[in-house]
Design a protein around this ligand. Sequence first.
Ligand code: NAI
Ligand code: SOE
Length: 392
Amino acid sequence: MQDINIALIGGGFMGKAHSLAYAAMPMFFWPAPARPIRKTVVDVTEELASTAADRFGWERYATSWQEVIDDPTIDVVDIATPNHLHAEIAIAAAEAGKHVICEKPLAPSAADAKRMLDAVERAGVVSAVAFNYRRTPAVALAKKYIDEGAIGTILNFRGTYLQDWSADPDSPLSWRFQKKIAGSGAVGDIGSHVVDLARYLVGEISEVSSIVSTFIKDRPLQSSGFDALGGSVKSDGPRGEVDVDDESVSLVKFRDGAVGSIEATRNAWGRNNFITFEIHGTEGSIVFNYENRDELQVAFKNDPSDRRGFRTVYTGPSTPYGDALWPIPALGIGYGETKIIEAYEVMKAIVEGGSVRPDFADGYQTALIDEAILESGRTGLWTPVPEHPRAR
Ligand code: NAI
Ligand code: SOE
């Protein structure tokens, strides 16, 4: 079995998730396509980097990402930093001939995402953007049903991503509220996941009409030097401007004729990781809610009329990725499993000399849709989405 040497940039929330995925992938997928070796982890200070190495099982650590770009033993650069660093690191990595995995959103702007796409295409390396929710087995099962024609021609997609970690106006000014770091707010941070699901399950979005708002316009500055996701800071201390959106509601048209809607907010009290979609087709419907992610609700037109209605299918050994996961349906799929499956798909593409979806072309197309949503929010007009020729 081939060893693939990984360098991970960023030892925060996603640093933890990706480290777990590399360690666990061969325990689930056996024989594994490759053995991912946790070679070097990079973070900004000695303390952060060495702690990440100890805690997440990396052989070495560094405090400058350029070090791993210059290291000829590194095969893959995995970018798990805040968004504004994605482009610079990914382009340098591709130019050094490394395969690149990058967290979402691919970049703070579509222009940066395009530069990243050009760089990986020029270098001929594998690229992947970490929209891991499409790896949820129930989502992959929905895709299978759609591809098999089980719900017929799709007419409508309703997607949401609702959270409440920032609903309190006194939750701190994370980098996720700063345009210069994040690029956009709920649109790029969480709406992009729904856009990815919509593209994966239904197809290309051609036009959007959006309302984009910022309800909480300032938040307490953080003092610890560490970025806090949520929480509450009750103080008279200094506050900083929120210069990104915190709520977006979009109507969307798909190129193939379907219609739909996409909503994203991190200010919906009571909602945690409420990623949902409801898809209606000419032959049936599919409903998914990530908060019950072992389940898919399905209803089919051809069911006998006295039995028609939604029923629950639990993912397990006979549904996508089931062989590699747990032996009994409904035993419980977690966030970790989505990242393990993601690591498997990327390692497989690298070893086979192929490609993986979603790649940087998908990340770029999603960035174009996000920008159309933001533009429509500014103008109040239906806004066309440019279609990248390689997308879909
Ligand atoms: P975080 O704030 O928890 O961690 C970011 C880490 O990057 C921190 O340890 C920070 O010190 C480090 N860092 C900052 N500048 C750096 C530099 N120049 N070199 C090396 N390390 C540096 O952020 P989180 O939540 O891990 O987000 C990282 C990325 O992952 C973002 O793009 C975010 O949108 C994405 N994300 C994706 C998720 C998903 O479900 N796919 C979930 C959470 C985040
Ligand atoms: C915060 O909204 C966040 O961490 C997003 O950045 C992730 O993409 C999402 O998966 C979980 O929530």
